[in-house]
Design a binder for this molecule. Structure first.
Ligand SMILES: C[S@@+](CC[C@H](N)C(=O)[O-])C[C@H]1O[C@@H](n2cnc3c(N)ncnc32)[C@H](O)[C@@H]1O
Length: 314
């Protein structure tokens, strides 16, 4: 897959795209990323790429000349997409469409990064083939937006990820958010992973994951559930079944914790009683230092009991 990026900050793109997954994809020849500096063909000693807006107003606008000169010179892959807040909103479906522009169907695509107040409208009207937005927010330039597209597309390319299964089984692939993920240790700071994940029963794990994906999407992205026409009767039943099992497990755990707490309290009461008996007996005997009574207590335990501190204060 070839991706051309046209920008006035080529280093921003090169730096990010030189490491991690995108860097590895480039090194492996899965991704042919070509970064073009819009300044290289800009006129004048300062290679100026911008000018003030006609009609007045704040800021500068990227001029059409250097962009067209670069497009003519490097012949970037078509289609060319301008990054713009006014563009088509990028989501996973759009990413899949763009990824399909690569081989075998085509060669790839290009991304044009705006800066300042944006790009002269004639570029949008006559030079590029489409516009992409990464959301209802305004960045200072198109480079980060371009990198979002480059990375999201690259991870869909065969050979880009170590584990191809990662792509098949994650958020948005089926119009759902992904189920929660856990790794070792099984209990961290008292937080245990759901026991089903330790069961070794692949069927149960798959059903649990499906139910969690459905539940999470219902709770956080009801729009995605609506877009897929709601839940089927089987999906409703699955969610209900898994939630009931989860509630039963939580109740069991709470009961066990309560029992453990009660046992601990009984043990502590017993120990305190034993200590009181020993204190009473000890108070009548001479302490090793020769001190007697309550002072002997303070001397022998550092004063903890004398100050009413619990023995096992955590
Ligand atoms: C400061 S922005 C220009 C914003 C423009 N004046 C407006 O109000 O729509 C400069 C450049 O950042 C890029 N950019 C900013 N926000 C973006 C977004 N949400 N999606 C894609 N590109 C964006 C575009 O390339 C844009 O030309």
């Amino acid at each position: 897959m070839r991706i051309d990026v046209l920008t006035i900050f080529p280093d921003l793109i090169e730096h990010y795209a030189g490491s991690a997954m995108v860097g590895r994809a480039r090194a492996a020849g899965v991704l042919d990323l070509r970064v073009h500096d819009l300044r290289s063909l800009a006129p004048g000693p300062h290679r100026s790429v911008d000018d003030s807006p006609f009609g007045g107003g704040a800021g500068m606008v990227l001029a059409p000349g250097p962009i067209v000169a670069t497009v003519d010179a490097v012949q970037p892959c078509r289609p060319i997409f301008l990054l713009s807040p006014a563009g088509r909103r990028v989501d996973q479906q759009v990413v899949e469409e763009i990824a399909a522009l690569g081989p075998p169907a085509g060669q790839g695509f290009s991304l044009l990064c705006g800066r300042y107040e944006g790009v002269d409208q004639r570029i949008a009207d006559h030079v590029v083939d489409g516009e992409l937005s990464i959301g209802d927010l305004v960045l200072a330039g198109g480079e980060l937006a371009a990198l979002v597209v480059v990375e999201a597309v690259t991870r869909l390319l065969p050979g880009a990820l170590g584990n191809e299964g990662s792509v098949a089984d994650e958020s948005f692939t089926e119009g759902l958010l992904e189920y929660p993920q856990y790794t070792r240790p099984a209990v961290f700071q008292g937080w245990a992973v759901p026991s089903v994940l330790l069961s070794g029963d692949h069927g149960r794990v798959a059903r649990w994951r499906r139910a969690m994906a459905l539940r999470r999407t219902m709770e956080r992205r009801p729009d995605l559930i609506a877009a897929r026409g709601g839940l089927s009767a089987d999906e409703h039943a699955l969610v209900d079944e898994i939630l009931a099992a989860e509630a039963a497990e939580a109740a069991e755990a709470a009961e066990a914790a309560e029992a453990a707490e009660a046992a601990e309290a009984a043990e502590a009461a017993e120990a305190a009683e034993a200590a009181d008996t020993a204190d009473t007996a000890g108070g009548l005997q001479a302490a090793p230092s020769g001190t007697v009574g309550p002072l002997a207590d303070v001397a022998s335990d550092g004063g903890r009991r004398g100050h009413g501190l619990p023995r096992d204060s955590r």
